[in-house]
Design a protein around this ligand. Structure first.
Ligand SMILES: [Zn+2]
Ligand SMILES: [Zn+2]
Length: 395
């Protein structure tokens, strides 16, 4: 039998294998969607994941980073080891989809599709346990608390890769607006770093009719917000990506009172560490200088969040070739555009080689929207993709 025929047959076998219990996996996805849990509170989700994996013969470790689960399966004598990660947490959003499987947990919602990512990896896990042809060690990482950027770091600090060594680690995110089931690959920076800055401009409050005896923090803030836009337009290299967004501003309570202070909250994004560092210098410096020029002061609380997600070139090339082989060129975007959102899988890629890929969610509402829902049609192709990736990596 030639290789191409053999490959096509095994491809069909994976499709048929997953197809046999796809309804069950979709029902499970809906169940997870109905019962979303916030970061580090994924107790029910974690129990379901661990129970299923055990029943399929995985060696399962629970309680990593609180609610994290790692499942291991060894086959043959091969020394190669691969890790695949899915995130499990939901967001503090009141769901507005009106769907039959809408959240029953008020104010909490799977608005980022982590219910889907979990379902995809479980579908692949079952196939790999029942029929997977590989030689080596497979570690499936179910991570808590991606949305607050804390879960990956906590798993790593609890020795994730010392306890479950891998040669490479992979993860995926569904992406609204990209055709359903289309796979996207980015070599190098794929998602941005994220840092937060809280600024309090402190002046001297007083009567709105007598500004001369006050130091008006509202005017100083207005000037600062405009000045902050010069960081991206004048300081950052035009060839580099950077975002400075003032997302929150609070100050004052009456039209005739000049308040004591005004508080701002900013988010900053970049693809490379130099640009990130530049934002980290210029934003606080501008806040202080602008405040001072009005006779006010700036209290600056700059919090480094997480780094840009940098896909490793060789592993991305490998991951892309697996998709091309399994699905053909029509379903693969080889040079997917990097995204300015962020993702704490970045921490795992700082420790291990690997790649993070994107799967189109079709024409859905955007991520983190109250109207968003994960597209069940991508479970089968994405699960099939994980199976092919594992079987190829551990061939
Ligand atoms: Zn999210
Ligand atoms: Zn997400």
């Amino acid at each position: 039998m030639n290789m191409i025929v053999k490959d096509a047959q095994s491809r069909d076998a994976v499709e048929r294998g997953i197809g046999a219990y796809l309804d069950e996996i979709v029902a499970l996805r809906h169940d997870l969607h109905r019962h979303p849990e916030l970061s580090f509170h994924e107790h029910r989700t974690s129990d379901i994941v661990a129970t299923r994996l055990k029943s399929w013969g995985y060696e399962v470790e629970t309680g990593i980073a609180g609610t994290g689960v790692v499942a291991t399966l060894r086959r043959g004598e091969g020394a190669r080891r691969i890790g695949i990660r899915a995130d499990m947490d939901a967001l503090p959003i009141e769901e507005a989809t009106g769907l039959a499987h809408a959240s029953t947990n008020r104010g909490v919602m799977h608005a980022c599709g982590h219910d889907g990512h979990t379902a995809i990896l479980l579908a692949a896990a079952r196939y790999l346990a029942e029929a997977g042809r590989f030689d080596g060690t497979l570690s499936l990482i179910f991570q808590p608390a991606e949305e607050i950027g804390a879960g990956a770091r906590k798993m790593l600090s609890e020795g994730l890769f010392e306890r479950f060594p891998v040669d490479a680690v992979f993860g995926l995110h569904n992406w609204p607006g990209v055709p359903s089931g289309q796979f996207g690959f980015v070599a190098g920076p794929a998602m941005a770093s994220v840092d937060q800055c809280n600024i309090k401009i402190v002046g001297k409050g007083g009567h709105g009719a007598e500004p001369q005896s006050t130091v008006d923090p509202v005017l100083a803030t207005a000037s600062l917000i405009t000045a902050l836009q010069s960081v991206v337009s004048r300081n950052v290299d035009p060839q580099e990506m950077a975002v400075v967004t003032v997302g929150s501003i609070h100050g004052g309570s009456a039209s005739n009172v000049i308040p004591e202070s005004v508080a701002l909250k900013l988010t900053m994004r970049a693809f490379n560490e130099n640009t990130r560092g530049l934002l980290g210098e210029r934003v606080p410096a501008l806040a202080r200088a602008q405040a001072e020029s009005f006779g006010a002061t700036a209290q600056v609380d700059y919090r480094r969040g997480f780094p840009a997600l940098i896909n490793h070139r060789a592993e991305t090339e490998f991951a892309r070739n697996v998709a091309l082989e399994a699905f053909g060129e029509g379903q693969v975007v080889s040079d997917f555009k990097p995204r300015t959102a962020s993702e704490d899988f970045a921490f795992m890629l700082e420790e291990k080689a690997g790649s993070y890929l994107f799967v189109g969610n079709g024409d859905s509402a955007p991520l983190h929207s109250a109207s968003y829902d994960f597209n069940d049609a991508i479970i089968a192709p994405a699960a099939r993709y994980w199976v092919r990736l594992v079987e190829t990596f551990l061939a």
